[in-house]
Ligand binder design. Structure first.
Ligand code: NOJ
Length: 563
């Protein structure tokens, strides 16, 4: 397997709106990020993935872009961007931009021109326009990810345009080669400014089956599921190979494609070394565990054995070719400790255990802002305090239709709303967690008095320093990056244990995902001469025998075994 810097790196995701506000308007900004680069340097991360900072009317917090080559007013200016980039590079930190090119904002000049007329309009074909059915209904039955039909009727020209997300996010027509060249030009513009890579938003949605057939009607749903006709569509590999030829291959950068609905076989095609497409993909299999009839809005129980199966499947699947990205959370997911562990009495243990488990897999780990201090989900009593378009629209659709009661929906929101991840970063125990001197755009989680950066920096035993140590270990032990994965104790319902092997070394990773005290038994076929403890989230005696270990709640240990 080829060795490269982006396999060895650790990425930290910044959601700019909620990271740090430098001017008191209640909205995080670029200067705020620059002011916290030393903090990130201290943590030891290599790359920042910056959620979108482009000009946007913020229907979907920047994932609706109205100008790809300018900065959102609330976030600052292109000069602020240049300063942030220079300061990051000075500290050896790279910047990966979010590239949102499945759709633009309806306020992008391309769309404004596109909707003007049908004929003799070079921009018409930048988007996906279709006439309605004979009865005036939308061209097909697809639903949008944010509720309602995926089609919006436009009076001016009497046709519908496709929007897989909100109606303010019209889908681009990748069939159009002129549009594709415009996008590549824009990408080169950013790369020539010195940015170090791209995280590509729903990039496996860009190729649609041309006929746009109706989707299957699933029980409890008002619209058809069009995903088989736009996920991993017929020309997706042509487009990504073209993008690679025209842009990506000319720079030494990091690339990761966000890909709902991707499985391992497809991931090999996207990330395989000879494919010349992307380096990594984000899959959704583990974060969808427990989803019910209304997806995440009817969350159910999940089983550790299922989580293990998913991880193992991806680890084995991409062992020889391709590369994994590793994440528990991001700006669309709930907080890791709340989702996969115990965010109350064992919050600190859980956070460290989850970090251990994730960072010891093969792949590039992604840390979402606040994860390194153990931030948790939030519970706003009032629906009005939520800001996320997906959450608000889902409430409207599911509660107003009588499918879910207010109580059921609020319970689901507390577990899975994207706003759980979007409350401001908690820097200190001062007002608003030190995020802003103004009124934050979304309320701070009231637990900021106990959970904040100042606190963790003053405690050498904190989650923060644990992450720092994990990152350092990655730099010291090649086996953490390149070692081959093997699942052990496959059917154990409380313990997730696995090994990594490189030459004459074996890493043994043991994680207890419960508040019980299960016993770990080392399988007989793992033999070694010497063992040493690399990291653990409880005190462990150096010379403790590892053949049989009674684990404490959410305990995690990593041993290095030498043959
Ligand atoms: C995925 C992004 O992560 C999410 O935040 C956004 O709403 C959709 N794509 C649409 O861009």
């Amino acid at each position: 397997m080829e060795k490269t810097w982006w396999k060895e790196a650790v990425v930290y995701q910044v959601y700019p709106r909620s990271f740090m506000d430098s001017n008191g308007d209640g909205i995080g900004d670029l200067r705020g990020i620059t002011s916290k680069l030393d903090y990130l340097k201290e943590l030891g991360i290599d790359v920042i993935w910056l959620s979108p900072v482009y000009q946007s009317p913020n229907d979907d917090n920047g994932y609706d872009i109205s100008d790809y080559q300018d900065i959102m007013k609330e976030f600052g200016t292109l000069d602020d961007f240049a300063e942030m980039l220079t300061e990051a590079h000075k500290r050896g930190i790279k910047i990966m931009m979010d590239l949102v090119v499945n759709h633009t904002s309806d306020e992008h000049i391309w769309f404004i021109k596109s909707r003007e007329s049908k004929e003799n309009n070079p921009y018409r074909d930048y988007y996906i326009w279709r006439p309605g059915k004979v009865n005036g209904e939308p061209p097909n039955n697809w639903g949008s990810a944010f509720g309602g039909s995926a089609w919006e009727y436009d009076e001016k020209t009497g046709e519908y345009y496709l929007h897989l997300f909100s109606k303010k996010q019209p889908d681009l027509n990748w069939e159009n080669p002129v549009l594709r060249q415009e996008i590549y030009k824009m990408m080169r513009w950013w790369l020539d400014k010195g940015v170090d890579g791209f995280r590509m938003d729903v990039i496996n949605f860009i190729s649609k089956v041309e006929r746009l057939p109706n989707g299957e009607m699933k029980p409890g749903h008002k619209y058809g599921d069009g995903s088989p006709y736009y996920m991993n569509g017929p020309k997706i590999h042509d487009y990504l190979q073209e993008m690679n030829r025209e842009v990506l291959s000319k720079y030494d950068i990091i690339t990761v494609g966000e890909m709902p609905g991707v499985d391992v076989e497809e991931a090999k095609l996207y990330t395989g070394e000879s494919q010349n497409e992307l380096q990594m993909v984000f899959h959704f299999k583990h974060v969808g565990l427990g989803d019910g009839i209304y997806g995440k809005w009817s969350p159910g129980e999940w089983k550790l054995t299922d989580l293990k199966k998913i991880f193992a499947h991806w680890q084995y699947g991409l062992a020889d070719d391709g590369w994994n990205s590793l994440y528990w959370s991001n700006h669309d997911q709930p907080r890791a400790v709340s989702r996969f562990g115990n965010d109350k009495e064992y919050r600190v243990e859980t956070a460290k255990m989850l970090a251990t488990c994730l960072h010891l897999h093969q792949g590039t780990p992604y840390i979402y802002q606040g994860e390194e201090i153990g931030m948790t989900n939030v519970q706003f009593q009032n629906l009005d305090d939520y800001r996320d378009i997906e959450t608000l629209n889902a409430y409207r659709d599911l509660v107003d239709s009588g499918n879910l009661s207010h109580e059921e929906m609020m319970a689901a929101i507390y577990q899975r709303s994207r706003d759980n991840a979007r409350t401001p970063m908690q820097w200190s125990n001062e007002a608003n967690g030190g995020f802003t001197t103004g009124t934050p755009w979304i309320q701070v989680n009231p637990n900021y008095k106990e959970i904040n950066v100042e606190e963790v920096l003053n405690d050498h035993n904190s989650i923060f320093y644990y992450y720092k140590k994990l990152i350092q270990l990655r730099k010291e032990h090649e086996i953490i990056v390149y070692g081959l994965y093997d699942l052990i104790l496959d059917d154990h319902e409380q313990i997730y244990a696995f090994t990594r092997t490189l030459d004459d070394e074996i890493l043994l990773i043991i994680c207890n995902f419960t508040s019980d005290t299960p016993v770990f038994e080392l399988p007989n076929n793992i033999t070694y001469e010497k063992h040493s403890l690399l990291i653990s989230n409880y005190d462990v005696k150096e010379d403790e025998i590892i053949q049989s270990i009674i684990l404490r709640p959410y305990e995690a240990r990593v041993y290095l075994l030498k043959k």
